[in-house]
Design a binder for this molecule. Structure first.
Ligand code: GPK
Length: 830
């Protein structure tokens, strides 16, 4: 598949990559050329999609020269790069990001206007690449944005899923999943490079043989294989001339595979085989924090890391590169356990393919990997059944087995006689079935292991991997997550960005600590008034969007209270619901007059994993409560519940800037970090939250007066569960809680049918793994404090401004500097 590369003279090469003139005329010329010659239509006949595709390609041209230079530099100069290995990248729309990075928005707006077109119409045409489930995938997207902005060489490696995260629809209030056909109308941001494809093998067996030099070696005789075709995406830094690469792999059938079957004469089988191979990159698994041990998922994981390692080691570096020096050129970051099969794959490449001695290969491998853990939930830590792993990747299993044997010998030497410890630490577990604990493998192989917020990193050390942190305390570190200020403030909130820039200049876009300079303005009444105008304008923008997108008629006035994140029991959307049901009940029962209630609009956004039954029942209940509340005339203008379907990055960009109140109400000790929490605070919403994840750090930075804390602390959660938590005791002892649950149970939101939500009620009453009932009263009290605070608009705005001013720490630029200082030790390039 590899075509020859031509070797042009240096001058000719430069000539080929000159960007179009960055003025209106230059843009229009290039745009029309793309429309005519690229898209094959005249302006008069072009559809909106034609126009969008031509625009996207035109914008690409402005970034291309820098991109090619960055790629050439990577090959030419001995700099160390970051290889970010992630099964998910939740990118969001590309056009606006590219316009922002290249500073083209003004030119493009004017140029399109000259053609009778509007940028707003064209940007709506883009289907966002939803190649991730939630926080973990979005974090990867923020990180690669920051690395490009910091001019740090990075290749993001991942999978080009043909279907990203499903499109959520509601039918009678229930979630129905539709395939995400994001590629259907063409994908102008990607560059396929079939000439750089990589073969990937599976299954078969291993055999030992004696090599030419007389040594005994092992080889893998695989049974079948596929080809990985890379698709490159630009990752532009913010106005710094740096463009990094995101390289996503797509699976294709091999020619050899086809041929053998075609020669067998069975044409139809041959075509089926092709489909089988291409299935590997067909669809993103929609489970977030609850991986299912599916064979295809393991195939995906091995597929993309095998392609990525070979790509870096044999394509980016020269074929004859001295691999003992590999750690000088690359550091791979394992984004959770999904890419951890890269560890035995690197050993296989070094030992079997490059014939390095095992110990030397292990030394190199250990210097090349670091591991980020994103969870504390035991069910989210991947364990692959030994039978499955051994069948699919027999050589990798042998390598893991040897890594484990050597590791356990080391443990036994340090702790003689402590076989319990050996069992606890083993990479291969015996119970409940023989399985490979990918987090253990990652920890053994990595130079550094990090959690994603202070509390999480501490719990990771103390509770998830305590034995490991005892023997290797220096391995463990924390890097608190961050979010990119480009997408989530500068782009998503142009009104607030404008106000900030007017006050302190625009340096904050790449140096978010500068937001501190806003602090004195929190005391300035006229600034506060302008801040409120911005919030109001953002609410109007949201109301307009939800009218067009979902047919909602929402009032602009009320407090906007937002809970958007994956639907998961530990995140406790059900606790939020109990609050709403209680407010409803207070009015319906006449205990409180509607006029006494602080008007609020509640917005939910949440996808449930299609196989997560309780989460889907909760979605149904949210929709049922919404329709009851919204159709009650007594509540008009007082309470409103909106649940727009298909919450995604694009909706977040309009929703977050409009929010007054950010709901971050997971049970303490369960949310590793959260990043939505950061986006809301940065956009001037106040948080109501538990002492969990990065909430802890947000509260410390914004000040306890500007944050509504409630609920059990993590040690209290641990105590309560040790004592034996009995949720019904909270139900019995709190009349309002009892009434709220009884209302749901009686069918108040299901047309009088008590069966509809019986499982949800019963789950809360008898199981309540995440202690929603225990935190209910504290939560309602905190909501009462929110109401009181909101009644003083001026004081609220002051707090909101202080949230913005004090959240500079949560820039992913800072996260990236932390990774660089503590883990990667890479340098920016000039
Ligand atoms: C954690 F384990 C997982 C997972 O499978 N998917 C996922 O999105 C999230 N996460 C955590 O739940 C968040 O607390 C965290 O902010 C995010 O990863 C990024 O670290």
């Amino acid at each position: 598949v590899k075509g020859p590369r031509s070797v042009p003279t240096h001058e000719r090469a430069l000539e080929a990559v000159r960007a179009p003139a960055a003025d209106v005329d230059g843009f229009v010329r290039e745009f029309l050329r793309e429309l005519n010659f690229g898209q094959g239509v005249s302006l008069a006949r072009a559809t909106v999609n034609d126009q969008y595709l031509a625009l996207a390609r035109t914008v690409r041209h402005y970034l291309m020269a820098r991109w090619l230079e960055a790629i050439a530099h990577q090959r030419r100069e001995p700099v160390k790069a970051v290889g970010y290995l992630s099964a998910e990248y939740l990118l969001g729309r590309q056009l606006d990001n590219a316009l922002l990075a290249a500073d083209l928005e003004g030119v493009v707006t004017d140029g399109l206007a000259q053609c009778g077109l509007s940028l707003d119409t064209l940007r709506e045409q883009e289907e966002e690449p939803g190649l991730g489930n939630g926080g973990l995938g979005r974090l990867a997207a923020c990180f690669i944005d920051s690395l490009a902005t910091l001019s740090v060489p990075c290749i993001g490696y991942g999978i080009r899923y043909e279907y990203g995260i499903f499109r959520q629809t509601f039918v009678d209030g229930r979630q129905v999943e539709q395939p995400d056909t994001w590629l259907a109308l063409g994908s102008p941001w990607e560059f396929p490079h079939p000439e750089s494809s990589q073969p990937v093998n599976f299954a078969g067996h291993t055999e030992t043989f004696v090599d030419d030099d007389g040594s005994e070696r092992t080889r893998w005789v695989p049974e079948w294989g596929v080809i990985g075709v890379p698709y490159n995406y630009m990752v532009p830094g913010y106005r710094n001339g740096r463009v990094n690469t995101l390289r996503l792999w797509s699976a294709q059938a091999t020619k050899a595979f086809d041929l053998s079957i075609f020669n067998g004469g069975d044409y139809v089988d041959a075509v089926r085989a092709q489909t089988f191979a291409e299935n590997i990159s067909k669809v993103l698994y929609p489970e977030d924090s609850t991986p299912q041990g599916k064979e295809l998922r393991l195939q995906q994981q091995y597929f993309f890391v095998a392609c990525s390692l070979a790509d870096f080691m044999f394509e980016v570096l020269d074929k004859d590169f001295d691999l003992t020096r590999l750690p000088e050129r690359i550091v791979f970051q394992l984004n959770d356990t999904h890419p951890v099969i890269a560890v035995p794959e690197m050993m296989r490449l070094l030992v079997d393919v490059k014939k390095l001695p095992w110990d030397q290969a292990w030394e190199i491998t250990r210097q090349c990997f670091n591991y980020t853990c994103h969870t504390l939930l035991p069910e989210a830590l991947e364990v692959w059944p030994v039978d499955l792993l051994r069948r699919l990747l027999p050589r990798h299993y042998e390598i893991i087995d040897r890594i484990n044997a050597e590791f356990l010998a080391d443990v036994r030497a340090r702790f003689p006689g402590d076989e319990m410890m050996v069992r606890r630490m083993s990479i291969i577990s015996d119970y409940p079935e023989r399985g490979v604990r990918m987090a253990h493998l990652a920890t053994v192989a990595s130079g550094r292991v990090n959690g994603v917020a202070e509390l999480h990193s501490q719990l990771l050390r103390d509770k998830v991997l305590p034995d490991f942190s005892r023997i290797w305390p220096e391995k463990f570190t924390n890097v608190t997550n961050g979010v990119t200020p480009r997408r989530f403030l500068r782009h998503a909130n142009p009104s607030l960005s404008g106000l900030i820039t007017e006050a302190i200049g625009d340096g904050w876009v790449t140096d978010l600590d500068k937001l501190q300079e806003l602090e004195p303005l929190a005391g300035d009444a006229s600034f506060r008034a302008r801040f409120r105008e911005v919030k109001r304008a953002n609410k109007s923008r949201l109301v307009n969007l939800l009218r067009e997108r979902d047919g909602y008629e929402l009032p602009v006035e009320p407090m906007l209270d937002v809970m958007v994140k994956r639907l998961h029991e530990y995140k406790r959307q059900s606790l939020k619901l109990l609050h709403i049901v209680t407010l409803y009940d207070r009015i319906a029962s006449g205990r409180v007059a509607a006029s006494q209630i602080q008007p609020r609009t509640f917005v939910f956004g949440a996808k449930a994993a299609p196989g997560y039954w309780m989460a889907k029942e909760t979605i149904h209940l949210i929709n049922a409560v919404a329709s009851t509340v919204n159709s009650d005339p007594a509540l008009e203008g007082v309470l409103h519940v909106a649940f727009p379907a298909n919450y995604n990055v694009t909706l977040a960009e309009t929703l977050i800037p409009a929010a007054d109140l950010s709901e971050q109400i997971s049970l303490a000790g369960k949310e590793a970090s959260g990043t939505g929490n950061m986006k809301f605070a940065l956009n001037g919403a106040l948080t109501i939250g538990t002492d969990d994840g990065a909430n802890v750090e947000i509260r410390r930075l914004v000040g306890e007066d500007n944050f509504f804390l409630f609920g059990l602390l993590e040690p209290e959660v641990a105590d309560l569960s040790a004592q034996g938590y009995v949720p019904s005791s909270f139900y019995e002892s709190d009349d309002e809680l009892k009434r709220a649950l009884d209302l749901i149970a009686a069918g108040a939101f299901s047309g009088g049918n008590p069966d509809t939500f019986a499982p949800v009620v019963s789950n809360l009453l008898h199981e309540d793994r995440f202690m929603a009932l225990a935190d209910y009263r504290a939560y309602l009290d905190a909501q009462a404090r929110v109401d009181a605070a909101y009644a003083d608009q001026d004081a609220w705005s002051r707090s909101a401004i202080l949230n913005v001013a004090r959240c500079g720490f949560f820039s992913s630029d800072r996260s990236m500097r932390d990774y660089i200082d503590r883990i990667w030790h890479t340098d920016p390039v000039s």
